[in-house]
Write a protein that binds this ligand. Sequence first.
Ligand code: ZN
Length: 266
Amino acid sequence: MTQDAMSVAYLLIALLGLLIGSFLNVVVHRVPRHESIIHPASHCPHCGHLLRPWENIPVLSWLLLRGRCHACGNAIAWRYPALELLTGLLSLVVVGQLGLTWQLIPALVFTWVLLALAMIDLETQLLPDRITKPGLLIGLLLNGSALLWPGIGLVTPLDALLGVCIGYGSLWLLATVYYRATGRHGMGGGDLKLLGMIGAWLGWQAVFLTLFIAALSGGLVALSFLLRGKGRDYAMPFGPYLALGGWLLLLWPQAILSGYLHLLGS
Ligand SMILES: [Zn+2]
């Protein structure tokens, strides 16, 4: 493929990412409220004003409207354009890392699902079954379909199946031990299903490294909260750190593995 054609492909994927980001905003807002993600069409949450096409362009409309609803003037949260931009940016990183391969398709879908889950967990402290369960199933089907269509899967079907068992099982074990020791629930059931889902997509090997990255990054953030005097009872969502770990493992498994082994050896 020529350089020009590659640039066009990258641009299209960045634009697709912006559009998907706009859809993820709907998912993040509606799924925790048990609302349909299709009906009704996009509208202002304050006054119900239905968005016309020009008010529904990712990022651009928010800038044109100066962050306010055209009808009632209420503020539109900056989370909306931010998630659109982030989705576009991460999609670009994925294609930059994987190139135009068959695996790009599942990698983009996985990225978007992780983003939606991380945002929902940050806002509501929940990881909805409506996303984790189908996400887990799709990961298994994807890697299972590699039997018929080699090249589309991310890992072997067996690694994926073990990934679900070990992903769900290892956190279940941790949660049980923590509960026995402290009498408090440290993790929600959603975290277990999310790590099971990551195992379904990336295989059992990635589960351990995901958990390592999540514990490390989550631990650092928790420490910074403690140092700034926030209460011990502050319930920190773990899902965003699991999602971060899973996404990094999707794109840089070798670098992370050798970094981890290096840490162990030193
Ligand atoms: Zn409005």
